[in-house]
Design a protein around this ligand. Structure first.
Ligand code: SF4
Ligand code: SF4
Length: 294
């Protein structure tokens, strides 16, 4: 049976999504669950800082192709430059040169070139890894700075995680999703069984939480909310709860603001280990997440 996916998203960066995801991972491991971790926050992956993966397999990730002109074959007809709507082709010292930062890889120049002087060259834009951690197998990735195609890389990370769960009959994948609501988030939600939104009681986080919920609903993925640092602004925390109540969205739990969370992270500890005072809250919250999967 295909493994279920629990995806942690936030709508906005900095709400504690990865801290909560890694705490969940640590709790699952300590309670004897089998699962695979997928770090789908490929633009700014950071789960590896706590999970300290030992890389078993590393592969290049090939993104879009970029045009390249062979000037020995080029007759300087100028057609490619005229047709390129991205203004990616320049004439430098009488030679036609593609600016790789402007080229969108559409391939139109190759189509219009009368002498077949243009090649489309696939670009390596990142890497993905399968690793061992003390909590289980992990698939993670790195997109090179400025590279695009992060949605496709997220799909690759999840695909590799499913290959591991299929091969080893593991029932669950825990996905640390990207922030925002863009292409990598929609890729991380595609096929997910449950989306957990990490929300903070600030106005901007509430606004972005609403957008993340709308995105998950669009993909028919059931949603639950965890309110992080809930005691920082009780009025906004109440607004989140009211919003959730009106829409029948479960509030899975509230994590109070606690200095021990920061201290744990500074010491490279899971908060589930470094915050004994939050243990009951984590226990209840994480059990509720698993109940929501059934
Ligand atoms: S592939 Fe498209 S964007 Fe790139 S140079 Fe050719 S026409 Fe321009
Ligand atoms: S279309 Fe082909 S021949 Fe014409 S300028 Fe471009 S590369 Fe050269």
């Amino acid at each position: 049976m295909r493994a279920k996916e629990i995806v942690f998203i936030s709508g906005k960066g900095g709400t504690g999504k990865t801290t909560i995801t890694s705490s969940f991972v640590n709790w699952l491991y300590k309670n004897g669950y089998e699962f695979v971790i997928a770090d789908a926050d490929v633009d700014a992956a950071d789960m590896h800082i706590l999970l300290a993966p030992r890389i078993l397999k590393k592969e290049s990730f090939i993104g879009k192709s970029i045009a390249e002109i062979r000037n020995d074959a080029c007759t300087s007809c100028d057609l490619c430059r005229q047709y390129c709507r991205f203004e990616a082709i320049d004439i430098i010292n009488s030679e036609y040169i593609v600016n790789p930062f402007r080229c969108d890889g559409c391939g139109l120049c190759q189509l219009v070139c009368p002498v077949d002087a243009i090649d489309m060259i696939p670009q390596t834009v990142g890497e993905w890894y399968v690793s061992d951690t003390n909590s289980g197998k992990m698939v993670h990735a790195k997109l090179y700075p400025g590279a695009e195609n992060s949605g496709n890389l997220v799909t690759m990370v999840k695909h590799q995680a499913h290959l591991i769960t299929d091969e080893n009959d593991i029932p669950l994948i825990v996905v640390d999703g990207p922030p925002g609501i863009g292409c990598p988030v929609t890729s991380s939600l595609s096929g997910a069984s449950y989306a957990i939104i990490a929300a903070e009681p600030t106005l901007s986080a509430i606004h972005d939480m609403e957008r993340a919920i709308a995105t998950a609903k669009h993909f028919n993925v059931p949603v639950g909310i965890i309110i992080n640092k809930a005691t920082l602004n009780e009025k906004n925390t109440q607004s989140i709860k009211d919003y959730a109540n009106k829409r029948d969205i479960p509030v899975i739990g509230e994590i109070p603001f606690s200095r021990c969370v920061v201290d744990s992270l500074v010491d490279l500890k899971f908060t589930t280990d470094g915050c004994p005072e939050l243990r009951d809250i984590f226990d209840k919250m994480f059990k509720k997440i698993l109940e929501g999967l059934k």
